[in-house]
Design a protein around this ligand. Structure first.
Ligand code: SAM
Length: 260
């Protein structure tokens, strides 16, 4: 039956995603920089600027194993706190809680290691949680912000992940998603296709010794809904003021929505 077929495919997808990230984990930082020519750093900065972190906030970064986004949220809160202290405002930084949730313990371990390297080791604000975007362990209406960076594309049921994002956010909370998206400009699109179908798998083989995983990553970008279709899914999950911003002509898009 078509139902049986779908089930097998979903099982395979989960297994594939697991394998990909176990294999990718150890080369993760290097590959990110190589594949995006360092741009992922700017994209993550932009995501956090849009979030507007504040001292005392409860934030959840899903699929955030490496801590890249969480560290930026924390740094941003600290710079706000420093300014607030200079202005003589009460110190609310103490209540800040940033949760990093990822399905893959290898990725979380990279993140924890990096936290030590960056001097965040003893940080009481960072919490590393192994978990699935589709079934979060957090309480209803417990978060001020939710981010997911280069993660939702790998989730088996995107609608479930969006429903969970909506559930855990407080009223007024913001959902932000950074994801590789779709390029439409003709010549740029051809260049980008060449880059992703030829260059990325080759670099994956050369650097990580794993062409297949990077081939899978490229294909998963193609299969992901385009900017407008994904925006509609966010609306369907209940979010309001849904919008997106394209970066580098749509190579990457940041979608945002509010739970009102
Ligand atoms: N957010 C980080 C960044 O931008 O550098 C990591 C992105 S990495 C490309 C994708 C991450 O999604 C991996 O760490 C993987 O383990 C995680 N992931 C995949 N499926 C997931 C799921 N269902 N729930 C939570 N995390 C998931």
């Amino acid at each position: 039956t078509s139902f049986g077929f779908k089930e097998v495919r979903e099982e395979e997808k989960s297994k594939l995603v697991g394998n990909v990230f176990s294999s990718v984990a150890s080369n993760y930082d290097l590959m990110n920089d190589l594949m995006s020519i360092g741009l992922h750093r700017l994209w993550k900065d932009r995501l956090v600027t849009k979030l507007g972190p504040f001292p005392g906030m409860k934030h959840l970064d899903v699929a955030g194993g490496t801590g890249d986004i969480a560290f930026r949220v924390l740094e941003s809160i600290r710079s706000v706190s420093r300014r607030a202290m200079q202005d003589g405002f009460a110190e609310t930084e103490e209540q800040t809680q940033i949760y990093i949730c990822d399905i893959n313990p290898n990725m979380l371990n990279i993140g924890k290691k990096r936290a030590i390297e960056r001097g965040f080791a003893e940080d009481r604000y960072l919490h590393w949680v192994e978990g699935d975007a589709e079934a979060l362990s957090f309480e209803d209406e417990s978060m001020d912000g939710y981010t997911i960076g280069f993660g939702i594309r790998n989730v088996t049921h995107i609608e479930k992940a969006l429903a969970e994002a909506y559930r855990v956010l407080k009223r007024g909370g913001r959902f932000l998603c950074l994801e590789l998206s779709h390029v439409e400009f003709p010549v740029f699109k051809q260049l980008y296709d060449y880059y992703s179908f030829s260059v990325i798998p080759a670099v994956g083989e050369l650097v990580a010794g794993d062409r297949e995983s990077y081939q899978y990553l490229v294909e998963s970008i193609r299969r992901f809904p385009n900017q407008d279709a994904f925006g509609r899914m966010i609306v369907d999950a209940g979010f309001q003021k849904v919008e997106y911003e394209n970066l580098v002509g749509g190579v990457v898009a940041i979608h945002s929505g509010l739970k009102l």
